[in-house]
Design a protein around this ligand. Structure first.
Ligand code: DHB
Ligand code: MG
Length: 219
């Protein structure tokens, strides 16, 4: 068995070609993000499509994203909410938000996307509750804060997805002094213990290495 990172990436490329293929809007968004020198940490195409399908399967019409980056996952979800649906996406860095604005507009879903610039702690308290699906993909140190807002801004039945819960297995390294690992662990414990969440998590390997996603429902 070839269980290297390269092998995971090759298999991911095959699955992406087979199930997704080229996509002008998404490919342009990635090119714009790379040209702007932003970190290449957006969700993979396969994970983006999973987000898209979770929005469709759940029938979510109001989606909240915490962590816009270049708008790649935003476009995937905006395509799934329907004409009358909306994605509110929160981005701490104005430069990232500007790239995302141009990319969601170019992808033809600009009217469905409301980009709010600022840190989650400042922006989230200003949002109108009633989100049907929340995707958390921002600074890992603030995971419990974002989950708390997901519960407040959601309703029973709201779907909550958290990116990067595996961190290459670092979540179980007892001597880790990485605040992103501590924040991720705290978020996972909150999902396990908090009376308003019922959750699971899946580890993933693929183009981004070894990581994972948590999926929860608000009770
Ligand atoms: C990091 C953040 C992400 O959202 C991601 O998907 C991968 C890595 C990071 O900050 O290291
Ligand atoms: Mg991520």
């Amino acid at each position: 068995m070839d269980a290297t990172r390269e092998a995971w990436a090759r298999a991911d490329a095959f699955l992406t070609e087979t199930l997704i293929g080229p996509d002008a809007g998404l490919d342009a968004a990635l090119a714009a993000q790379r040209a702007a020198g932003m970190p290449p940490i957006e969700v993979t195409p396969l994970a983006g499509k999973l987000l898209h399908l979770l929005v469709r399967i759940s029938g979510a019409r109001r989606v909240l994203e915490i962590g816009t980056l270049g708008g790649y996952s935003t476009i995937w979800m905006a395509r799934a909410v329907g004409e009358a649906g909306r994605v509110v996406t929160v981005e701490a860095l104005a430069a990232h938000a500007a790239v995302a604005r141009a990319s969601v507009d170019a992808a033809g879903v600009g009217e469905r996307v409301d980009i709010r610039v600022g840190r989650g702690a400042e922006v989230l308290p200003t949002l109108v509750p009633g989100f049907d699906l929340v995707f958390i993909d921002a600074d890992k140190e603030s995971g419990t804060l974002y989950l708390d807002w997901a519960a407040r801004l959601g309703h029973p039945g709201t779907v909550v997805i958290v990116d990067n819960i595996g961190r290459a297995g670092e979540i179980v390294r007892a001597d880790s002094d990485d605040p992103m690992v501590a924040g991720t662990r705290d978020a996972l414990r909150m999902l396990g213990e908090h009376p308003r969440f019922d959750a699971t998590a899946l580890q993933t390997v693929g183009a981004k290495g070894w990581d994972g996603l948590a999926v929860a429902v608000v009770i």
